[in-house]
Write a protein that binds this ligand. Sequence first.
Ligand code: MRU
Length: 356
Amino acid sequence: MADLKAVVAVENIRYDRKAEALYILDQSLLPGEEKEIRLRTVEEMVEAIRALRVRGAPAIGICAAYCMYVLAKSIRTEDRQVFLRELSRYGQILSDARPTAVNLSWAIREMMRTALEHLNDPRGPMLDALYERAVAIHKDDMDKCAAISEYGLSLVKDGDGILTHCNAGPLATSQYGTALGPILLGTERGMTFHVFSDETRPLLQGARLTSYELQRAGVDVTLICDNMASIVMKNGWVQACFVGCDRVAANGDTANKIGTSGVAILAKHYGIPFYVLGPTSTIDMDCPDGAHIPIEERDPNEIKTMWYEKPMALAEVKCYNPAFDVTDHDLITAIITERGICRPPYTKSLKALFRD
Ligand code: MRU
């Protein structure tokens, strides 16, 4: 049953102030099961981030902000320097859980800055300030997604075919999402899009999450394997590609889910615009280019055994399982942020976003 409102309002991360408890929707169980789990300790938090129970660059940033608040509350000392050291140690542990998405370290830095600013306040008000900062990061992402969706929607027209890779919808962010934002917003306004969702190897975020979100929202979505992108483009069924991003370097090179760069190369071949959508918190101006983006490598069993009843390959066979790849800036038609649409040359247009 199509229910766009329920999809947009999905609570992938929820802090219950009454119960003083942080919950996430366990995305590793989707689409079969919708189950929340509670995160109490740093070990549970790291496990949830690594196992992609909570995932998507903006969502792990939001989750990390609440995690920092929960961890701050657990530190029992009157000595503020000890408190700060302990919180910073937790921040480092969380930050190391996944290296590519810059939103994770960005949110942790924001929380550390808030802790420093309120270091001399009594414990209660200091913790309140941390809570309010986490809520602000969450709320801010909702506003950013709404703005990105508006800008993205201006790039397509009713009836267009859109190809997307990975999952950059409400589950990976908040509310509308980034790459799926224009599609959901347009649908809400009565427009029709024909979306091709790559299944997205190795964790099948496209199959398990994107097609699930779009189908539930009443969008016309067709699931394809990653190696079918060329045929649907060649058939003339795709007028634009919308993808998310996990880190954008200062020159516009963009890390996103593994396989994204191949989609961009195909799009260039077929003359289809290739758009990257993400909040400014995903832009890392300290990172000069894609060669400086750390790429997470994951367990080979995600390829060899995870999705099969029996192992799919010999146990001893070598596997290379990078979670992300980098799309060169010259393959990207535009980068869409909440502050506007950046066009090449990105060294200039991205810099302009951060000018006061
Ligand atoms: O490994 P994931 O699932 O956390 O990867 C994140 C993604 O889904 C994408 O790469 C996405 O396009 C950017 S996050 C909105």
